[in-house]
Write a new protein. Structure first.
Length: 421
């Protein structure tokens, strides 16, 4: 289970629009789709890790489930959200703040806020609890509620570690698809609308074709919300049936503000952390968690091994980094990328250095500029990005950092400068 820094306020539940960091245009867009009867039966919330796509889906699902399915006006008539013809034009909240106020007044809000509303269903990658099992999401319902209560900005790696998957691959199974079909064929219990949030449909194999008819012709007042990071890994047959809602990365200022408010840290530290995280709130929390790590000393040791101390020092350093674990390896590479980006900014800033750069980082960034021109630094950033990609996919750390060491050597050897403390 991951440390509490992912969840600074233990009883916070991400079911209000105010809980989501930034994303104001997207929040308003979702409310407008409801108000203007332009809501599709299937939405794809597409956003990179740490963007807040899942928390936004949680809040929107709560909002939909708490809307009335009818109004009274001389007679009881159904209210449609999906563009069908209807006689009633209800007055929907027009702003995220109004939507939050509306939700908190509804009888079912406490259930939605605690992830136990009977008309909000969840689907996500799972593993067998024992050999021969055919797992479905509801097998892990209690763990899921705890996970999204603690780590709504977490990624699939966090989730699989949370349920003890270790190196096992999570999947959304054929049995899960059958269970979804069964659940959504039932009448709603309390709400006028049923919502299914499927998190990480990238883990849905060809079995997902079982859901095509349901997604294309769903039961009345049923909404699918697929929350994904990479549309290239989603079945094209499912992708073509969804209305895309692009979730952009939060602004650096929004992440910094959230870190100050929720993590109780100073604004300067929050701004630096937000800058390194590059719009990924999960990474920002990880950076805070690993704030005691001396990444700069580790980086200096690596560069000196590459440029000065030779193969024996390189092998020793690779052994050291490979013991840190995948998350810390990612944080280290992200920090190196951050320093390179600061170095490039300094190169073009002249007498006006970036105000957000710390003195220790400024000194290191200036040294980087002395041994690698901008085009070489950009090439190094590309290599670091590739390395992070492979780390996320469980690449062998020793092999990866050995290859990266060789690449860096060839990129910078002609402009070598030893980085002394």
């Amino acid at each position: 289970m991951l440390p509490n820094i992912f969840h600074p306020h233990p009883y916070l539940r991400f079911m209000l629009f105010a809980d989501i960091i930034g994303q104001q245009p997207t929040k308003r867009h979702l409310l407008e789709m409801v108000e203007q009867n332009r809501l599709s039966h299937a939405l794809l919330f597409l956003g990179k890790e740490g963007s807040g796509a899942l928390p936004l889906a949680l809040a929107f699902a709560a909002y939909i489930s708490l809307l009335p399915n009818s109004t009274t006006g001389g007679g009881r008539e159904e209210v449609s959200l999906f563009g069908e013809a209807e006689n009633v034009k209800p007055a929907f909240p027009k702003t995220p703040e109004a939507a939050d106020a509306f939700m908190q007044k509804q009888p079912g809000f406490s259930k939605a806020r605690n992830y136990i509303h009977p008309d909000i269903h969840f689907s996500y990658p799972v593993i067998p609890k024992k050999s021969g099992d055919k797992p479905v999401s509801t097998d892990y319902a209690e763990e899921w509620r705890e996970f999204i209560g603690q780590m709504p900005y977490g990624n699939v790696y966090d989730w699989l570690q949370f349920i003890g998957a270790e190196n096992k691959q999570g999947n959304i199974t054929a049995e899960e698809c059958n269970d979804i079909i069964r659940k959504l064929s039932l009448k709603s219990f309390e709400s006028g609308h049923k919502v299914l949030i499927m998190w990480m449909p990238e883990y849905l194999g060809k079995e997902g074709n079982k859901l095509l008819k349901l997604i294309e012709e769903p039961p009345a007042n049923t909404l699918f919300i697929l929350v994904a990071e990479n549309e290239d890994l989603i079945l094209p047959t499912i992708l073509s049936r969804c209305q895309l809602v692009k979730i952009n990365a939060p602004d650096t200022s929004d992440i910094a503000g959230a870190l100050v408010k929720r993590g109780n840290i100073e604004m300067v530290a929050a701004q630096q952390t937000a800058a390194i995280s590059q719009g990924n709130y999960r990474e920002a929390l990880q950076l805070l968690q690993n704030a005691s790590e001396d990444w700069q000393s580790l980086l200096r040791e690596w560069l000196n091994a590459i440029l000065k101390n030779g193969p024996a020092a390189q092998v020793k350093w690779i052994e050291e980094i490979s013991k840190l674990g995948r998350e810390k390896q990612k944080q280290f590479l992200l920090y190196f990328m951050h320093l390179l980006q600061q170095s490039i900014r300094l190169c073009f800033a002249g007498d006006n250095p970036p105000v957000s750069i710390a003195d220790s980082e400024k000194d290191f960034a200036e040294r980087l500029n002395k041994f690698a021109p901008v085009n070489h630094q950009q090439a190094i950033i590309e290599e670091l990005n590739k390395a992070i990609y492979y780390i996320e996919r469980n690449a062998n750390a020793k092999m990866l950092f050995h290859a990266l060491t060789i690449k860096l050597y060839h990129l910078i050897r002609n402009n070598a400068l030893i980085l002394t403390p």
